[in-house]
Design a protein around this ligand. Structure first.
Ligand code: ADP
Length: 711
């Protein structure tokens, strides 16, 4: 017989060879398939990334080509129509946010045209457009006479009259404006502040665009003086409002001043405003004006930085450009070359035409465009976003020093799958694209060969199922083997004790050592009793064997169940009464006659009663009931003993099964009794069941169908 270890080894071996190995092989194939798929997917992704990069570069490129073309057409249109250049170039710049300024590089390396609308100020007085010619002639003499009367002779009345004459009948607006200024000044000095304010207002509205000898528009000068006059009149809020309005005009509208003029006026304004705004008890208006001023100062700061940047380009870019072969070789063929130059630590991105040194005779030098760096960058970013985001591609835009300028999100360290520069290095940025994470599990889930994945899991499922089944079968078999071997040892033991007794008595009788006839008779009784016990035991085993092999045939005879049970109970009662047991019967007299094998059913009931006695513990009472219920004749055997726990209840009818607790183990038994009961009852078309509660006893029910009885 195979030992437990053998069985286990054989099972494991079979399992490994038959199921484990093929599964591992299939699993490996699936793994390879997924890996291949992953590589394929990565290649596809890389191609996607290349496409995104090239679309971005192309969009950027065509934007630059387009502004070059726009410049060309503006230049030729303006030239053929004989229009002034500056206004049409300004319009061009307004239409194309990508253009920050247009310039012309002369053959001697100077920027001789520079159109950059919206500069806060000009580099110097000469750069200002439309400088007024100096005053001359008779009207100037009249003005000077009036001034002399006012300032040197101390005759304000006469001076006022002279000024008024000039204002009303001079023709030169500048002379009239100067005279009106004189009137206002005299009025203010005379303490006629209201009249003075009105005069300054008139000066601003009538002569706002006319410029003073210093080149400052009268509008600005008059408003500055108005603010001053209002301050003198104690109208702090009015003065502050006037000056803040002027500041706004200076920062947002006025574009005609030189750097020095702008600096002078802005400085005076800030000074007066600081005084006005800090001095006053803070009214609502003043607080609001303070906020406006702060916003204006910030705005001015930005505009100033941009202006200085462009002015720096205007002054120094020419030499740098000339020194460098501006046109990039890879752009030959395109009308404008691209280049990046650096001045005072700032980068300038340009498109520039044929270098003037190569075409010295075209008279005009080379036209170029200064590109707006912010627009350039934000367009790149938005193209990248629109291309990359839908595919969950991560991206970064790096500057020339490798610094990350923009990115789709936090960048993990890692090499980008695709990186690309921009044509001509304008701007000198690098686009980096990282594929979305293509991890193994993700591939598994998104793979077109996902069938591998499912096969993999199916296989794993089958494996686990198979293993569980095998283990449970093996355990069951092992349990059966254990129970069988228990059975053999129990039965051998049962056989051994009567046999030993028979043998000892027989030997004594044989050797004639028995002293009295009475003793001899007792020995004969014991011999009979023990051999009966032996044959009972043998009958039991044989019955079981016959029943188990299915060869047993029942001899059905009509039996009146009531009296049959009564007889059975009283027989058992006689047998066990000397041990103090009481076997009671409660039989319903209406129980009908049933066709059954009286010997077999009798044996089954006796087995149940015997079990009741065996597992009675301290109680000495057994009740046997007989009644009809739902078409069955029911025979119930109840004890009040140790009971069964629920787990055992399901198993007690299995062959060789014996209860596991110590109390049961101390009682002799083979584990066949209930199996036999079950076989007999089922042979009658009925069934058995147990009801029990540990410590309170058990009731076993035999149910025999009445219908069978009728046939
Ligand atoms: P045996 O009594 O020879 O062990 P059985 O097949 O008659 O074999 O019973 C199987 C097991 O069922 C017993 O070992 C015992 O644990 C349990 N059993 C049977 N009848 C009772 C009962 N009346 N009360 C408690 N346990 C019982």
């Amino acid at each position: 017989m195979a030992t437990f270890g053998d069985v286990r080894r054989r099972t494991i071996l079979l399992f490994v060879l038959g199921i484990g190995l093929p599964s591992v092989l299939l699993g490996y194939l699936a793994f390879r398939g997924i890996r291949n798929d992953q590589a394929l997917l990565e290649r596809e992704r890389r191609e996607d990334l290349r496409r995104i990069a090239s679309v971005t570069v192309a969009a950027h490129d065509s934007g630059l080509v387009a502004v070059g073309v726009a410049l060309d057409s503006t230049l030729s249109r303006t030239e053929s129509a004989g229009l002034p250049l500056a206004p049409s170039l300004s319009k061009l710049i307004m239409r194309h946010p990508l253009i920050e300024a247009v310039f012309r590089l002369s053959a001697d390396g100077a920027i001789d045209e520079f159109v950059a609308p919206d500069l806060l100020f000009h580099a110097s007085e000469e750069d200002r457009t439309g400088v007024d010619p100096p005053l001359a002639g008779r009207e100037l003499t009249r003005l000077e006479t009036a001034r002399r009367l006012e300032l040197r002779d101390g005759e304000p009345r006469a001076a006022l009259a002279a000024y008024q004459g000039i204002v009303s009948n001079a023709s030169d607006p500048r002379v009239r404006a100067e005279a009106l200024g004189g009137i206002a000044r005299i009025q203010r000095n005379a303490g006629e502040l209201h009249a003075a304010s009105n005069s300054y207002r008139r000066l601003g509205s009538e002569f706002g665009q006319v410029r003073t000898g210093g080149g400052i528009p009268f509008g600005i000068a008059a408003q500055l003086e108005l603010g001053h006059t209002q301050t003198l009149a104690g109208d702090t809020a009015g003065a502050a409002q006037t000056l803040v309005d002027l500041y706004a005009h200076l920062v947002r509208t006025e574009r005609g001043l030189s750097r020095a003029q702008f600096g002078f006026i802005a400085g005076r304004l800030r000074e007066s405003l600081n005084e006005l705004l800090s001095d006053s008890s803070t009214g609502v208006l003043i607080t609001a004006l303070g906020d406006t001023l702060r916003a204006l100062l910030q705005e001015e700061e930005l505009a100033r930085a941009r202006t200085e940047r462009l002015l720096a380009f205007q002054t120094s870019a020419g030499t740098v450009l000339l020194a460098r072969q501006a046109r990039q070789p890879e752009n030959s063929g395109a009308p404008y070359g691209r280049t990046t130059i650096e001045l005072e630590g700032q980068a300038f991105y340009l498109l520039i035409g044929e270098p003037p040194s190569k075409t010295p005779d075209d008279g005009g030098g080379a036209w170029g465009l200064l590109l707006d760096p912010d627009t350039l960058e934000s367009r790149l970013v938005s193209t990248l976003q629109s291309q990359a985001a839908p595919q969950q591609v991560r991206w970064a835009l790096r500057g020339s020093a490798g610094e990350v300028r923009h990115a789709s999100g936090p960048l993990e360290a890692g090499v980008p799958a695709v990186s690309s520069g921009l044509p001509g290095g304008v701007p000198p940025f690098t686009i980096e694209l990282f594929p979305p994470d293509a991890g193994f599990v993700k591939t598994l889930l998104t793979s077109r060969r996902g069938v591998f994945f499912y096969a993999f899991f199916l296989l794993a499922g089958i494996l686990i199922f198979g293993l569980t089944l095998t283990v449970s079968t093996v355990s069951h078999q092992l349990e059966l083997a254990r129970m069988q071997s228990d059975f053999v040892s129990t039965v051998s033991h049962e056989f051994k004790s009567p046999l030993t007794a028979v043998r000892q008595i027989a030997e004594m009788l044989q050797s004639d050592k028995v002293s009295s006839e009475e003793k001899r008779r007792r020995y004969y009784d014991v011999l009979v009793e023990q051999s009966e016990r032996l044959s009972l035991l043998i009958d039991g085993v044989l019955d079981f064997a016959r029943m188990d092999s299915g060869h047993h045939t029942f001899d059905f005879q009509p039996v009146d169940v009531g009296p049959f049970l009564e007889t059975l109970v009283s027989t058992v009662q006689q047998r066990v009464s000397h041990e103090g047991f009481v076997v009671r019967s409660e039989i319903d007299p209406s129980l009908p006659t049933v066709a059954l094998d009286a010997d077999a059913i009798g044996q089954a009931i006796t087995n149940l009663i015997d079990n009741g006695i065996k597992y009675s513990g301290d109680s000495k009472e057994i009740v046997v009931r007989g009644f009809a219920e739902n078409g069955y004749a029911v025979i119930a055997v109840q004890d009040f003993g140790i009971g069964l726990d629920p787990k055992e209840k399901a198993r007690v009818f299995e062959r060789f099964y014996r209860g596991g607790n110590e109390l049961t183990r101390s009682v002799k038994g083979t584990g066949l009794g209930l199996t036999l009961v079950k076989q007999i009852v089922e042979g009658h078309g009925g069934h058995v069941e147990a009801e029990s509660e540990p410590g309170r006893g058990s009731t076993f029910y035999i149910r025999l169908p009445l219908e069978v009885a009728a046939t």
